[in-house]
Ligand binder design. Structure first.
Ligand SMILES: Cc1cc2nc3c(=O)[nH]c(=O)nc-3n(C[C@H](O)[C@H](O)[C@H](O)COP(=O)(O)O)c2cc1C
Length: 200
């Protein structure tokens, strides 16, 4: 892959909210997760923790996804035009039939939480998302599960994980993943005010 291919890949990524029901092989999932593990991390703590949910457990999560919708639907009703609001509601009820949900957690120790822990996990998530695009997969990152953080922890039995003394494990987002079944338009990008050049 040359640099032009990489830029094209980055620019072609868009959130996918409708998927084919076809499964994604473990081999491909391992490849995209391995890309996540190559991200930089504060003090090289590699503090990301991923939980890959499929099959019956994925189906079971739909009722939680529906609940997370209740926490954000009023805000979205004001912001989205009716057709997009309906599409988004349906997405939360079905997760667009995505066969895989990856819950992305940070293992925080108290001093590092804001400085590096959270940023490190999001860097890994972006690696995962771009690797998924390279595989022809679609993804949608989701902050909505944070609406029901404690319930998601319980659903994944997070408490049973052994974490070092003084550390805690914190949900940061989920990524739904599968083979795309629609081609949404690219969401417009704005450059204005986003970049400030400073030099003497
Ligand atoms: C941290 C984060 C949280 C997000 N949470 C949600 C979500 O809960 N539900 C959803 O449908 N999309 C979610 N998105 C996707 C954004 O809506 C999407 O990235 C944005 O509209 C730009 O579109 P694009 O990804 O197609 O470029 C999230 C994106 C990010 C980065």
């Amino acid at each position: 892959m040359n640099s032009a291919d990489l830029y094209r890949l980055i620019e072609s990524r868009k959130s996918i909210r409708k998927f084919k029901k076809d499964p994604v092989s473990k081999e491909i999932l391992e490849k995209v997760l391995s890309a996540a593990l190559h991200a930089p991390s504060g003090k090289n703590r590699q503090n990301w923790r991923f939980f890959v949910v499929q099959g019956k457990k994925r189906d079971e999560y739909l009722k939680y996804s529906q609940k997370s919708w209740l926490g954000i639907k009023d805000i979205l009703q004001k912001r989205l035009k009716p057709s997009l609001y309906e599409f988004t509601e349906r997405f939360f009820y079905t997760l667009g039939d995505a066969p895989v949900i990856i819950f992305c957690y940070s293992l925080n120790d108290k001093e590092e939480r804001y400085h590096t822990s959270i940023g490190s996990v999001y860097m890994a998530v972006q690696n995962l998302i771009l690797a998924a695009v390279a595989e022809g997969l679609g993804t949608c990152p989701m902050g909505a599960p944070l609406e029901i953080k404690n319930e998601v922890d319980h659903f994944l039995n997070i408490k049973s994980l052994k974490v070092p003394e003084g550390s805690e494990i914190e949900l940061l987002c989920a990524v739904v993943l599968g083979w795309p079944d629609h081609e949404p338009p690219k969401a417009a990008r704005q450059a204005e005010g986003r970049i400030t050049w400073i030099s003497e």
